[in-house]
Design a protein around this ligand. Structure first.
Ligand SMILES: Cc1ncc(COP(=O)(O)O)c(C=O)c1O
Length: 401
């Protein structure tokens, strides 16, 4: 086999995808496994969106499109930014890619030189540090403690900024914690950023619409308009519109940056699927009422899971504002011994114990940069969640000192 590139040794495969894969394999081998690792809604794509895709196929929209999005989709995105976020982005300030993931990757590839630093509040979505490393940048993780509900403190951000800082990545509501910044919390962060004109803001608003209990979502360029010129506002249709497989993500930002990102895309994947782009126009511009219906179900599940986990000895679970994840602490299980005599020494060993003893697949906090915790996705049926929580409780009760 040919020698592999050195850059490959800087990164690891996505641990969340690895957990889903392991759960699938165990299931295929006949084990009764409940997967709580999924980063996607269990709801189907709404019918009107599917119909829009079918109509696009029938109209023959099956050819290459403009590299970073059709004019029609860019118009729908421009309208969305105005309607939901009060942000003005013209078509030249908008790019569309194969998922939010590609858009984030394009931005880092287009801007990072070796040694450039990217501040990433931890716990973080697993791909931010690895994408930064692939682009030859240096990820700088800033721990955000449970005491501050996993949100970035202004003073910690201030301390992390150096002359080499290129980007700060914000993600609200967060994967993996579900934490979302309200207006005041976001303002505290943007007040720091305002004072550092060389630092750019990459905000990953993928879970914008998944917020509960009347929470109002805000995004940095809206809270602090002076940051607009150096903010990339990233979003997508995967989560709120149940379209993970369609692979459409987008961003609004300064035209020069958007053009540079398009250049990367033009030499890698070209345009995102033409059919998916037509579906995304319907998603963004069509009826939005199913989002509230889904959110009512997600909120109920969140409340159920948080309450159930807080009855498990050794666990403590904070109730987050949004997304479809909870991030319980398993500090009280560390140092305990399993029925077959193994001492649990890390959150990785704790989730392995859950999988092996009770067939519950969750993801270790270590993967997200803050231990000892684990992530549970509640984007699965209420019945499966109830059963999973009962199994987790049984596993915790079986641990001894
Ligand atoms: C925080 C966050 N950002 C971005 C993405 C990427 O989403 P997609 O590429 O499906 O648009 C995900 C998906 O899990 C995510 O959780």
């Amino acid at each position: 086999m040919a020698d592999l590139a050195k850059r490959l040794s800087r990164i690891k495969p996505s641990p969340t995808i690895a957990v889903s894969q392991k759960a699938r394999e165990l299931k295929a081998a006949g084990r009764d496994v409940i997967g709580l690792g999924a980063g996607e809604p269990d709801f189907d794509t709404p019918d009107n969106i599917k119909e829009a895709a079918i109509a696009a196929i029938r109209r023959g929209e099956t050819k290459y499109t403009a590299v970073d999005g059709t004019p029609e989709l860019k118009a729908a995105i421009s309208e969305k930014f105005k309607r939901d976020n009060g942000l003005d982005y013209s078509p030249a300030q908008i790019t569309v890619g194969t998922g939010g993931k590609q858009v984030l990757y394009n931005a880092l590839m287009a801007t990072l030189d070796p040694g450039d630093e990217v501040i990433i509040p931890a716990p973080f979505w697993v791909s931010y540090p690895d994408m930064t490393l692939l682009a030859e940048g240096e990820p700088v993780a800033v721990p955000c403690s449970q005491n501050n509900h996993f949100k970035l403190k202004a003073e910690d951000l201030e301390k992390a900024i150096t002359a080499k800082t290129k980007w700060v990545i914000m993600n609200s509501p967060s994967n993996p914690t579900g934490a979302a910044y309200d207006q005041d919390e976001m303002k505290a962060v943007t007040d720091v950023l305002k004072e550092h004109p060389h630092v750019w803001v990459m905000t990953d608003d993928m879970y914008e619409h998944l917020v509960y209990d009347g929470f109002t979502f805000v995004t940095p360029a809206q809270v602090e308009p002076s940051l607009y010129e150096r903010t990339l506002t990233v979003n997508g249709v995967s989560k709120a519109y149940c379209m993970t497989g369609w692979r459409i993500g987008y961003a609004g930002g300064p035209a020069e940056l958007i053009k540079a990102m398009s250049k990367i895309q033009s030499q890698s994947t070209s345009n995102p699927s033409s059919v998916s782009q037509a579906a995304a126009i319907e998603a963004l511009g069509g009826p939005q009422d199913f989002i509230a219906e889904h959110n009512a179900v997600f909120r109920e599940r969140r409340d159920m899971v948080v309450a159930a986990l807080n009855t498990c000895p050794g666990l403590h679970c904070h109730k987050p504002e949004g997304a479809f994840y909870v991030y319980p602490s398993c500090a009280g299980a560390i140092g305990k011994t399993t029925p077959d005599g193994k001492k649990i020494q890390s959150d990785g060993e704790f989730v392995t114990y859950l999988l092996e003893s009770e067939g519950v697949a969750a993801v270790q906090g270590e993967a997200f940069g803050l231990s000892p915790y684990f992530r549970i996705s509640y984007a699965t049926s209420t019945e499966a969640l109830q059963e999973a929580c009962a199994r987790i409780k049984r596993a915790c009760e079986a641990l001894s000192d």
